[in-house]
Write a protein that binds this ligand. Structure first.
Ligand SMILES: Cc1cc2nc3c(=O)[nH]c(=O)nc-3n(C[C@H](O)[C@H](O)[C@H](O)COP(=O)(O)O)c2cc1C
Length: 220
């Protein structure tokens, strides 16, 4: 295999100069601020602007992370959809906590949320399921996400068989093993890269007792 010549990793470096973030421009709530930054990520043409890296841990503290798509955002939290029998869902059911990070490198930004998780309601999952393309719906039925399979044929055969099963069904029902998770943050940090690695970090910190939020600045 030929590997193209590149800068050594140690020489890869970008000086961040495209923005700044201060409390006087911050929206009053974390979800309004996230809504603004999501819209700006989309407007900037970033690929998969609603992609976020979800970190979970099992009960021994072994961490895992992977990308999921944010499909809902309101004052309660952020929602993504997945298979309830997947590795991530096993972690979430047991630990009840997670974090997600939106990595918007093109804007020299990231947003990090951490907090409790709960399953989204069946009504929410049904509504989002109905909006998905038929191919994605068939895929959700065909794939036992996170299990080991012998080879690609296993997946292709499963898809073919499920496609036959639903050939005469106009509206494919939502599988019982598929639905949403909502992360209800108690911390949300907005990060904007600045020059000399003196980045801006503003964090909304929630108080679970009186449901108020305060904003703190963190050293980069
Ligand atoms: C851009 C992108 C978006 C993804 N979105 C989702 C998603 O919304 N839901 C999901 O279950 N998996 C999604 N995946 C796949 C996951 O990253 C992961 O491979 C899968 O959920 C299995 O994870 P697990 O075995 O840790 O549970 C996405 C992957 C990428 C690269």
């Amino acid at each position: 295999m030929t590997v193209p010549t590149q800068n050594p990793l140690s020489a890869m470096r970008v000086d961040y100069r495209s923005g700044e973030l201060d409390v006087d421009v911050l929206a009053p709530t974390w979800h309004e601020q996230l809504t603004v930054w999501l819209a700006e990520a989309q407007a900037a043409g970033l690929p998969e602007a609603n992609a976020m890296v979800l970190a979970t841990a099992d009960l021994e503290g072994h961490p895992s992370s992977r990308t999921v798509l944010c499909k809902g955002l309101d004052e309660r939290g952020v929602v993504f959809y997945t298979n309830y029998t997947s590795a991530k869902s096993h972690d979430l059911r047991r630990s009840r906590f997670a974090s997600v990070t939106f990595p918007w490198y093109g804007l020299q930004r990231q947003v990090h949320l951490r907090g409790r998780v709960e399953q989204a309601s069946a009504a929410e999952a049904d509504a989002y399921w109905a909006s998905r393309p038929r191919g994605s719906q068939l895929g959700a039925w065909a794939s036992a996400q996170s299990v080991t399979v012998h080879d690609r044929n296993v997946l292709d055969d499963a898809l073919e068989s499920i496609t036959r099963r639903f050939a005469d069904t106009e509206a494919i029902p939502r599988p019982p093993h598929w639905g949403g998770w909502r992360l209800l943050p108690d911390e949300v940090e907005f990060w904007q890269g600045r020059t000399n690695r003196m980045h801006d970090r503003l964090r909304f910190v929630g108080n679970r007792d009186d449901r108020t939020w305060r904003v703190v600045r963190l050293a980069p």
